[in-house]
Design a protein around this ligand. Structure first.
Ligand code: FMN
Length: 183
């Protein structure tokens, strides 16, 4: 059975991106994938500084890197901060890029996000895709930017818009059919 890791670049109580990560987890499960949801709350890392290497590399970064490598799929939901990425996610990815095992070339990645603006994290998606691609990550092509958050979800907590639901279906198809050929 294929496996997936889901995580959110926001650990805010009531985070819309956590909601999206949970929805993607449920959709992946429905597609026959075994899902491990993780929260960056459980992987605290100091702000990256090369002076911390090699003696003070956080074990949490190594644990998270191992989880990335041991799953076929990684889905990251990220908020957009000032047209870019939130420091929590940048810091985690920066640490991940400095530890073994190298966590970016084993799994297939999906990225998406929810923001309060109507452009729905498209700039953040662009930054994240660009950075991940430059370090060798295979990111599936569907652009899953959702906004504004205030009207993105139904009262039951599902995705409100049909077009977004179709995009999610497409991304699930990509995530379950693309492969790095290993793991
Ligand atoms: C520092 C900061 C910068 C933000 N910048 C943007 C932005 O550039 N574009 C946008 O659509 N929303 C922006 N927002 C609003 C976020 O989209 C909103 O807070 C969203 O709910 C964050 O995601 P979360 O619910 O998962 O925590 C910003 C919020 C913060 C705190």
């Amino acid at each position: 059975m294929p496996t997936a890791l889901t995580l959110s670049g926001s650990i805010r109580t009531g985070s819309f991106n956590q909601k999206l990560a949970d929805i993607m987890g449920a959709r992946l499960r429905a597609a026959g994938v075994e899902v491990t949801p993780v929260s960056l709350k459980d992987f605290e890392m100091p702000i990256f500084n090369e002076d911390l290497e090699p003696d003070n590399v956080p074990q949490t970064a190594i644990r998270l890197a191992r989880l990335f490598v041991s799953h076929n799929i990684v889905f990251i939901a990220t908020p957009e901060y000032n047209g870019g990425l939130p420091p929590l996610l940048v810091n985690a990815l920066t640490w991940l890029s400095r530890v073994e095992p190298w966590p970016f070339e084993s799994s297939v990645f999906g990225i998406g996000g929810v923001s309060s603006g109507k452009y729905g994290t498209i700039w953040a998606q662009s930054h994240l895709r660009d950075s991940l691609t430059k370090i060798g990550t295979l990111v599936v092509p569907t652009l899953l930017g959702i906004g504004p958050a205030s009207s993105a979800f139904t009262e039951e907590g599902d995705i409100a818009e049909k077009a977004i639901n179709r995009k999610i279906d497409r991304m699930i198809g990509e995530l379950t059919h693309f492969s790095r050929g290993g793991v």
